[in-house]
Design a protein around this ligand. Structure first.
Ligand code: CO
Length: 250
């Protein structure tokens, strides 16, 4: 009896100090603890689960609880919400809070587009912004080839895309939910989007070139689609391949 109690106390103490060291705890509490292919297959190896958080991260999580959407940063591929297909007709105060979080995360991540599912929220809302400094960071040849222009902040709720110019343009793309990789994706040259702005007013916007690409990429997120689903797989690349090669030769 005592032995059992002592063991339980020890286990409890160990659990309090090393929450990640308890099998299943990470997944039981993590926001991705929902039925999915990887989870159905038993999830990743236990060794991986134990190592994915440092002691301080685990303690912080124990004290503050799991992160709640909208997250501060884009969630990574594998998070189930990235494959969700949110329902239409978003209205109400939660949209204002979400828009605020999306704009903040967009600028924090130095991104040009971001969708609600990337912050863990299964709603059909996206933000898009191409600041001048993004254009200045590219050389003139790239800017011209990609047909890049500056775009002030746009918030689009319930976007619907209509193809205006279906000619395919094959160019490289990346995504903050898939850091460190890129691949070429064929996109329509020009599209028209309809939906609502952040005030709930109807909007209609026709875009082409790089802006049309960003828009198509973000609307894809709202349909649970990632650029890797559409990519030319032979162009798939790890953006750190040169760095890795150099490190391997030290
Ligand atoms: Co993306």
């Amino acid at each position: 009896m005592f032995r059992t109690r002592a063991l339980s106390s020890l286990q409890l103490l160990r659990g309090a100090l090393f929450p990640c060291a308890r099998p299943g705890l990470v997944h039981a509490q993590c926001p991705c603890a929902r039925p999915g292919l990887v989870h159905a297959l038993g999830g990743p190896a236990r060794r991986y689960r134990v190592e994915q958080r440092s002691y301080w991260q685990a303690l912080r999580r124990r004290l503050l609880g799991p992160p709640e959407p909208p997250y501060r940063r884009p969630c990574l591929v594998g998070t189930p919400v990235l494959r969700a297909v949110p329902a239409d007709q978003v209205r109400g105060p939660e949209v204002q809070r979400l828009v605020h979080a999306l704009v903040a995360a967009l600028r924090r991540a130095d991104a040009v587009g971001l969708s609600a599912p990337q912050l863990g929220v299964a709603l059909r809302v996206l933000v898009l912004e191409v600041p001048e400094r993004v254009l200045e960071a590219e050389n003139a040849r790239v800017r011209e080839a990609r047909d890049m222009v500056a775009v002030p902040l746009r918030v689009i709720v319930n976007p619907r895309i209509r193809v205006v110019d279906p000619r395919p343009v094959l160019l490289p793309e990346a995504c903050h939910s898939l850091p460190g990789i890129a691949a070429c994706v064929a996109r329509h040259r020009a599209v028209e989007v309809t939906g609502l702005d952040e005030q709930g007013q109807p909007l209609r916007w026709t875009v082409s070139g790089w802006t049309a690409r960003i828009l198509q990429h973000e609307v894809d997120h709202l349909d649970g689609r990632l650029f890797i689903d559409l990519m030319d797989s032979r162009t798939f690349q790890n953006l750190r391949w040169q760095e890795a090669l150099e490190r391997a030769s030290w």
